[in-house]
Design a protein around this ligand. Sequence first.
Ligand code: 1CP
Length: 347
Amino acid sequence: MSKIFVDACFGKETPYTPVWMMRQAGRYLPEYMEVRKRAGNFLNLCHAPDMAAEVTIQPLDIVGVDAAILFSDILVVPNEMGMKLDFIKGEGPVFDKPIASEEDLNELIGGEEAASKLTYVYDTIKLLRKQLDERGDDKALIGFTGAPWTLATYMIEGQGTKTYNICKKMMYSNPDLLHKILHKVTEVVKLYMEKQIQAGIDVVQIFDSWAAAIEPSRYNEFSWSYMVEIADYLKAKYPHIPIIMFPKGIPAFLDQVYGNFDVFGVDWSTPMALAKEKLGDRYVLQGNMEPCRLYSKEQTTACVEAIQNIMGGKRHIFNLGHGILPDVPVENAQHFVRECQRVSKKA
Ligand code: 1CP
C-alpha cells in the first residue's frame, strides 16, 4: 500500500492534501524539551537512536502531521568528515577549525569513509521504520540533508553568519577552492542519502536554507547544480523515492529551475501563485505559510484558505515556508494542521 504523503509527492490524487512542518520536532514541544534534557545536549540526542526516534514521532501524535522528519541535523555531515562541532547556548553551531585552504580541505575525510561514520543516523532510521510500520497508520518518514552550499557556509565561516563574507570572498576570489569543497561535500551527501534510503526513509528533502545568499546569476553554478547532481544520482537508483528540493528565498531564480526531482519547496517569501505559474506543471509544490502566522489562529486560517484557493488541492503539500519557531503555542500548530486537512478534504 502506498502512503498518502508519497502519492502526493508524485502528484497523484489523495483524499486530502497532506501536511507537515519544517522543524516540527523541536523546542516548541514540552515533550521534546523533556527528552533533550534527558540526553544532556543536542548532539547526544542526535547520537542516541532511541531518543532521536522518540522525538521524531512526537509531532505525529501531538500535532497530527502526515509525515515524520528524521530527527538529526544537517551539520552531522561535516562533523563526520572530521570537523569538530559544538552547539553553544545562545550562539548555535560552531566548528573549531573552519576551512581556509586546500590543505584544510584535504585533511577532511571524504566519500564512503565519511558516509559510513553516520551509523547513528542509519540506526535511528531503522528503528523508526520498525516503529512506524508497527503503528500501521500510513505516515511517511522523511530523511534529509543540507545542500552542499548550505553545509559549506558553516564549514567555511565556522558558524552561522548574517553576511557570508568569508564564503563570498572565496566565491569571487578563489572559486576553484569553493568548487573543490562543494564537490567533496556532494560526494559524501550522495552516499549519505543513499544509505538513508537503504535504512528505510520514504522521501528525501534537500535543505538549501542559505540559497538567498547567492546572487541569482551565480546560484546554479554554486548551489543548484550540486543539488541536481545529488538528485540525479539518487533518481537513477531509487526512482520510487520522491525528492523534495527546498532552496530558501530565491524567487528570482524560479525561471531557471530544472532537474529530475519531484517536489519544489516554496519558501514564505515567494508568492505561491508565482511558483504555481512558473513550476506547477513540472513539480508538485510544497508550502508555504509564513511561520510567524502561527502566532495567530485567525491569520493561520486565512493563510491556509488562501493557499488552498491557489492550489485547489492539486499537486500540493501543505507546509510552512520555513521552520516553526520555538515560542509558538502547541495548540496553534495543531490548529494549522487541522485547518490544512479541513480545507482540502474531498467529500
Ligand atoms: O534543541 C536545540 O536547542 C537545538 C536546536 C536544533 C534542532 C531542534 C538544531 C541546532 N537542529 C535541530 C534539529 C534539526 N535541524 C532538524 C530536525 C527537526 C525537524 O525538522 O523536525 C532539521 C531538519 C534540521 C536542519 C537544519 N539545521 C537546517 C536546515 C533547516 C532550516 O531550518 O533551514 C539548518 C540551517 C541547521 C543548522 C542549525 N542547527 C541548529 C541550529 C540552531 C541551526 C541554525 C543555526 C543558524 O541559524 O545558522
